[in-house]
Design a protein around this ligand. Structure first.
Ligand code: URA
Length: 198
């Protein structure tokens, strides 16, 4: 069975599992996107509003920052596999009654971890880039903090090395990180070049 079919089956199984778990609440899932046998995989936190509307990861505001990632590495989006740790948009009601994003809970992350591991097992990338704390912890199985390990190559639980980047949204909210992020992207480009991934 090819990787695309395996992913489609996994996604169906995953949706059925969470539909059952959260019934009667119906979630809208946003599964991974891109080349199912990509050499490089990008793993984010959870989809936001735009991602949920369009059914693809990183197409909203945070996705715009992905463009700097692509520009800095010379990769094209079509060459990557892009996914999130948690596959639905975690929301809460704001004091004014609007539906807004919230960080995924520990429980949500723990429930999605085995699915992410199976997904990465199918894609089998040679190199994984984690965006922010949530995928960093989910993929290393360690309580690491992105502030201490950003820009470094770490071992993941999946056999492929993992490069830890800040989440693109944290750069939007904290402009002081912009320079750090640019340096990390440069380090990432060098590492990928060294490993002949670009
Ligand atoms: N942030 C993420 O972590 N993932 C998305 O898909 C969008 C924003």
């Amino acid at each position: 069975m090819d990787a695309l079919t395996q992913l489609a089956r996994l996604n169906e199984e995953c949706a059925a599992y969470f539909d059952d778990l959260y019934a009667p609440d119906r979630k809208v899932y946003v599964f991974g996107d891109g080349d199912a046998r990509a050499r490089v995989a990008l793993v984010g936190e959870a989809p936001g509003e735009q991602e949920t509307l369009l059914g693809k990861p990183f197409v909203g505001r945070a996705g715009k920052n992905l463009e700097s990632f692509l520009a800095a590495t010379g990769l094209r989006r079509a060459e990557l596999y892009i996914t999130n740790t948690v596959k639905f948009r975690p929301t809460r009601l704001s004091p004014t009654g609007r539906t807004v994003n919230r960080p995924p809970t520990r429980e949500e992350i723990a429930l999605f971890c085995p699915w992410l591991q199976r997904e990465m097992g199918i894609v089998a990338p040679k190199w994984i880039v984690s965006l922010g704390n949530v995928p960093l912890r989910a993929l290393t199985g360690k309580p690491l903090a992105i502030g201490s390990v950003h820009g470094q190559v770490l071992e993941s639980e999946l056999g492929a090395p993992l490069f830890a980047l800040y989440h693109p949204a944290s750069v939007l909210y904290n402009p002081k990180l912009r320079e750090v992020y640019a340096r990390d992207l440069e380090a990432l480009r060098e590492e990928m070049h060294f490993r002949r991934l670009i």
